[in-house]
Design a protein around this ligand. Structure first.
Ligand SMILES: O=C(O)CCC(=O)C(=O)O
Length: 298
């Protein structure tokens, strides 16, 4: 039993720790990641929405911003007290370096000096994280954005650490290719100033056919292609959140000092190959939008 699993009342019981995407999900992933033009991607996801049963649109003022910019700020999403409570539980959970798997698991305080990202694998078990992932407002935003019922595909949490070495992986600008249409909800659980690895997003890049290659992009390339004025740097307090179409160009910067704790929920129109590996032994929360959960076993 891990430290975290001893915290009953805060965690759901674990059902599976190695849930895998099915072969059709994997094959569809390989197909959709090759479709680079944002318009073609939107057309295809529209066809999927039609096939799955299109939602009747409920006018939501937030959708104008999300559709135009590809990102929507949700300041003060959690109160500072709730954010601190969630952080206190996550602090007790074992971490692992997703880019250096040979390190095994470690406590945050013992993170290797060259670890940039300390991932918390047990985050999907947290009841407080489920309250967020199945929040009616987030589900409604995702349903409107997709034009169809959302899958709650994953819950993740990780620490970004000030460590040695050059920016790694997602610390460089990139476009995500997680699915044909998806949104990521990001929640800061520590205060994030200019030095603590603020997230960056290029406004409007989710619909713009520039720098579409499946690779990491340099700052110079992004600045030249889109202009520095379109790059939003997201600073905020613990409890601030934003939801984003991360097919748009973005990165999570390497902190120059301090640590950043972030919780992320992925919503998608189809299951992704990055779906939650952990599932919980509990019923899917009853919500008006009838989300499909990949964090629960069917
Ligand atoms: O850590 C961040 O702010 C960004 C993470 C990221 O690039 C991603 O989830 O795709």
């Amino acid at each position: 039993m891990t430290i975290a699993q001893s915290r009953t009342g805060e965690l759901f019981p674990l059902k599976q720790s190695i849930a895998r995407p099915s072969i059709p999900v994997y094959l569809f992933h390989r197909f959709q990641e090759r479709i680079r033009n944002p318009r073609t991607r939107k057309r295809l996801s529209g066809m999927i929405a039609l096939f799955r049963g299109r939602r009747t649109a409920t006018p939501m003022p937030d959708m104008t911003t999300l559709n135009r910019d590809g990102t929507l700020m949700l300041p003060g999403y959690l109160s500072p007290e709730r954010a601190a409570k969630l952080r206190a539980v996550l602090e007790t959970m074992p971490c692992r370096d997703p880019w250096k798997a040979d390190r095994g698991t470690f406590a945050l305080a013992d993170a290797p000096v060259d670890t940039h990202v300390a991932d918390i694998a047990e985050a999907p078990l947290l009841m407080a994280a489920h309250d967020i992932a199945f929040d009616e407002r987030l589900l409604a935003l995702a349903a409107e954005y997709f034009g169809s019922t959302p899958y709650v595909d994953s819950i993740q949490a990780w620490w970004s650490l000030a460590s040695s070495g050059q920016p790694e992986e997602a610390e460089n600008f990139h476009r995500d290719n997680d699915g044909i249409r998806f949104l990521k909800f990001f929640l800061y659980l520590t205060d994030v100033d200019g030095t603590q690895g603020p997230h960056k997003f290029v406004l409007g890049s989710h619909v713009e056919p520039r720098l579409l290659d499946r690779r990491r992009l340099t700052d110079t390339e992004v600045e030249e292609a889109f202009g520095t004025e379109r790059i939003r740097t997201v600073m905020g307090r613990a409890g601030d959140a934003f939801i984003e179409d991360t097919f748009g160009v973005h990165k999570g910067q390497q902190p120059a000092s301090g640590t950043r704790l972030l919780l992320q929920v992925r919503y998608s129109i189809t299951p992704t190959i990055f779906r939650s590996r952990m599932t919980v032994d509990a019923p899917v929360p009853d919500r008006a939008s009838r989300p499909i959960s990949l964090i629960h076993d069917a």
